[in-house]
Ligand binder design. Structure first.
Ligand code: CTP
Length: 421
């Protein structure tokens, strides 16, 4: 285990100087009040892995809310506290947000319930966490600044690239940890050790008791942040699929769809086309059978956590059910624009990748380019003597279609062509 000086140097070298200073301020405050405070969780893990992470989670042995209030009095900012969990969020005047919690033991009334909380020591607090690599702390108290608190050998597991639970009931108490394990496997190239993997398989059925939005919060991170194919392979290995969805496609077909969607998504992101996080619902949709029945759509809707998620699915359903691509040949970009101008990028991207229309992806790239610089606006039409009215919208669409097909046309020529129509 690295010495405290080594960790203190890592903190200084890797963190944004602002954050480093804040942590030393907190340590000084803790020393003065003779309280023990620790940096914990993902930030500690990522610091040791040399990865950036600015989610500052602090555990206070004692009262987290009280400590947050001391800090606020000393340094300003705002404190928002959650009495039931004895946690507080301190917003520093510089805009940084820190979560301060009271060291706690959680117990669960029944598997998959939200935890109840009691005050305790840092060791108990760390013990209730998901994996050993996430159960390390760093002491911030001034005289112990940088001391690594590692009761459960998380540092060794980090070196061995292993994910290990801390106790056998971990996945039963919080089945979403099974999906978290897959996220860390995918992100860090780690693997669960044998015991942890078999506990994950045994407890997979407990996912049935977890609310869909909580599952969704994990699936979003699995599908969007990591390699979605790896995710689906491991979901299958662990036998989780039946506990996630009732209506399922064959595994091979799921994989094909996910591969196509991931490839199309990569093409757009490589070209800096902005995509919303709601795209995760499209990956979920890839797991359902083709053609999707009303029950399939409904099942995917049940996971949605925002209006935008629902909208993506509704738009996608409209596209799939109104299927136009196989009926009419679309040769020019303007043909595509004629049909799809008003539709958002994410459902189109999904639709095109599912019906394997490469040209559709080309259209989305061209349309993004257009969105970044239209040559003709309403004011140009007015200047050319056209009267604003209900058909203006149509004229502007025609201008876009001309620009898409003939990118070299000057704005004046486009306006002239429209005025002559
Ligand atoms: N945690 C846990 N069980 C969960 C969720 C979280 O034990 N189901 C603990 C872990 O110690 C984790 C910390 O809470 O490190 C913070 O959780 P979160 O911010 O969700 O995860 P990170 O580990 O920071 O992951 P990421 O980097 O993906 O945000």
């Amino acid at each position: 285990v690295p010495y405290k000086k080594t960790i203190a140097t890592l903190l200084k070298r890797q963190l944004n100087p602002h954050i480093y200073e804040l942590l030393t301020d907190i340590g000084r405050e803790a020393e003065q009040r003779n309280m023990h405070v620790y940096l914990i969780g993902g930030m500690v893990r990522d610091l040791l892995l040399g990865r950036a992470n600015e989610d500052i989670d602090i555990v206070v042995e004692g009262d987290g809310i009280l400590f947050a209030e001391y800090l606020q009095r000393q340094y300003g900012g705002h404190v928002r506290s959650h009495e039931a969990f004895r946690t507080a969020t301190w917003k520093h005047p510089c805009g940084l947000k820190l979560d301060l919690t009271s060291a706690r033991t959680e117990y669960y009334d029944f598997p998959a319930a939200l935890p109840k909380v009691e005050m305790s020591t840092i060791k108990e607090d760390l013990f209730r966490r998901d994996f050993t690599i996430n159960a390390m702390g760093i002491c911030l108290h001034q005289s112990e600044f940088g001391e690594l608190i590692d009761y459960f050998h998380g540092y060794q597991d980090l070196l061995n690239k292993q994910l290990k639970v801390l106790y056998n009931l971990s996945f039963v108490e919080d089945p979403t940890r099974i999906l978290r394990a897959l996220r860390f496997e995918s992100r860090f190239g780690f693997t669960m050790d044998r015991q942890t993997e078999s506990l994950a398989k045994e407890s997979a059925n407990n996912l049935l008791a977890v609310s869909k939005p909580r599952i969704a919060n994990e699936l979003i991170r699995l599908f969007l942040e990591e390699n979605p194919l790896f995710a689906i392979d491991r979901i299958d290995d662990l036998g989780i699929l039946p506990f996630l969805l009732k209506n399922r496609d064959s595994f091979e077909s799921m994989k094909q769809k996910i591969t196509r969607l991931a490839r199309a998504t990569a093409t757009l992101t490589e070209n800096s086309v902005p995509l919303s996080r709601s795209l995760w619902t499209a990956y979920l949709f890839c797991l359902t059978p083709v053609p999707a029945t009303e029950a399939c759509w409904q099942e995917v809707h049940n996971f949605c956590i925002s209006k935008e998620d629902h909208k993506l699915l509704n738009d996608l359903q409209a596209l799939i059910e109104g299927a136009s691509l196989d009926k009419q040949p679309l040769t020019a970009l303007s043909d595509w624009h004629h049909l799809f101008a008003s539709m958002q990028t994410e459902p189109l991207l999904t639709y095109f990748s599912l019906v394997a229309a490469e040209q559709g992806i080309d259209y989305l790239l061209a349309r993004d380019h257009l969105n970044n610089g239209r040559k003709v606006a309403g004011a140009d039409l007015i200047r050319a003597g056209l009267k604003p009215g209900p058909d203006f919208k149509q004229l502007l669409l025609e201008a876009e279609k001309l620009q898409l097909d003939k990118p070299d046309l000057s704005p004046e020529t486009i306006v002239k062509l429209l005025a002559d129509q």
